[in-house]
Design a protein around this ligand. Sequence first.
Ligand code: CTP
Ligand SMILES: C[C@](O)(CO)[C@H](O)COP(=O)(O)O
Length: 232
Amino acid sequence: MSDSIWAVLPAAGVGSRMQADRPKQYLPLKGRFLLDHTLECVLSYPSIEKAVVVLSEDDPYWPDSQFASHSDVIRAEGGSERCHSVLNGLCALEGIASDTDWVAVHDIARPCLRHSDLDLLFDGLGDSGAILASPTRDTMKRGTLQADGSVVIDHTVERDQLWHALTPQVFRLGELRTALERALADGFEVTDEASAIEYAGGRPRLVSGRADNIKVTRPEDLALAELFLSQH
Ligand SMILES: Nc1ccn([C@@H]2O[C@H](COP(=O)(O)OP(=O)(O)OP(=O)(O)O)[C@@H](O)[C@H]2O)c(=O)n1
Ligand SMILES: C[C@](O)(CO)[C@H](O)COP(=O)(O)O
């Protein structure tokens, strides 16, 4: 790829679903912070120039990261939701990166990413960018919440071409920043970068990636991440 590639790593979440005593990105995983595994993968990928790590303003753990003083790490301040943190991260690249450069947004909470998947992703970029994704393996149901708090099946979702959106998600820096700003200004809910690009009329590609590129979200995910990392 001729254009430069930059990374933005949203890492300002509180990890409430993890029910831990600290944000999940700072939980121990194979002898180091979970986020240090993610940073090692991203910063060791030759084509990535620098990584913007988006941290909570009051993050007390970061100075103990192995990458706290790394020369290819740029810090940015997190926002109230993931999309705001990502936008802050994109803005931190202004004056450093060109609007036509590629930016790869990757959840810090996905430590099992492999370089082989990054190769596939960057080789598979379309004009509107691309995201790593994994085809659903299970029958998918749409539920309806009942008055008594139970959930009943409303219908079975057509499974053909149904994918789990993963990260990294890769777009042109200026295009993504503009799409995010517009979606947020319009009050459109943005849970991943592709949804903002879609809202702006873009049609990002889905690049099939490994299903073990999990986002550590719930307590049981940590042991799974440890198993997957042991297979690297
Ligand atoms: N305001 C926020 C919220 C989330 N994130 C980051 O976005 C990624 C995906 O979000 P998620 O898995 O939901 O993390 P949390 O928001 O921390 O988890 P929870 O929803 O359980 O609180 C994580 O790397 C998280 O650190 C962020 O940078 N800024
Ligand atoms: C970006 C993402 O990881 C793609 O699946 C997901 O949307 C993040 O959602 P979260 O609720 O912020 O974890």
